[in-house]
Design a protein around this ligand. Sequence first.
Ligand SMILES: [Zn+2]
Ligand SMILES: [Zn+2]
Length: 362
Amino acid sequence: MKLLYLFSLTLLSGTLAAQQNVNNIQYSKMLKSPDRKEIRIPDIMGFKTLKCDFHMHTVFSDGVVWPTVRVEEAWEEGLDAIAITDHIENQPSKKYVSGDHNASYEIALEAAKEKNILLVHAGEITRGMPPGHLNALFLEDTNPLDVPVALDALMAAKKQGAFIIWNHPGWKAQQPDTCLWMPMHQELFEKGLINGVEVFNEVEYYPIVLDWCLNRKMAVICNSDIHDITAMAYDLEKGHRPMTLVFAKDRSLASLKEAMFANRTVAYFDNKLAGNGEFLAAIIKASVKIVSVGSEGDGKTKSYEIGNSSTVPFDLITKEGAKIFIPSNASVILQLKPDDFKDLTVTNLFIGTGRNLKVTLK
Ligand SMILES: [Zn+2]
Ligand SMILES: [Zn+2]
């Protein structure tokens, strides 16, 4: 009896509530559901694979978004870490947006904590060539980098233990016909003031830079340098923004920094990977598995079911020149000879300038 009374009371109050709201009917189903797209790239060699973008702008330099939007985008696109790198020397909206060089970091920090995105405190030192543009990451305070001489800015960053990236080295506005490692870059590198270089920026790949990084033991970096809203700039339905994969001991800023100084990074752009062959081989081996072997076909070939658990698809060529495509997050059945699994060339994995990874799958 008591239960029934409670039930009818609830029903009554429910009806009343509905009656009170007849002039405010909610259509919240029209809103976009807050989904996070998961990027599946396996953890390798005992490290956690972190998906990162270390180059982006907000209204605090020449970008068009408020800093918290960068965090929202990163969460929706499946990233683990971002660095907001507003230009130190170029702030066209300064008349309308006040705040010092730490403002974008400070504004985004609360949102980053809420969304569990690692936010790297950073800034972009923006100079003519040489040295060009350089991102200083893992800063305590970006303001001391606002000094007239580029070298002083880099030294101020180094004093804070920064990881420094040379950005878009082959950008046409600064290197119109070529992509040169200039004497000043050598000097900065020897002083420990260049720790990584972007092999990819926005939509530009600089193949020669991959060899620069691998030969000099610098981190391979791949960033968006996004100024607009990412969904307006990139086709996120079919693809992904460019990002740097970092193989870190755990998912923390300290481990991220340690891994970057140890050059445990790979570039990920347009469904391609570029970097140290050891990392690329570990990724494809952890992703691709021969699930089952079917009956013999014509006596020479068998049908193989091959599965790929990662978001990265793989384009392979056998020794005899046959093309094999293994799509992302899927399995395919292919007629192959047992020998075809040896010395496969992976055409979307780059281990040097003009060189592809070779792999034997088991
Ligand atoms: Zn730049
Ligand atoms: Zn930039």
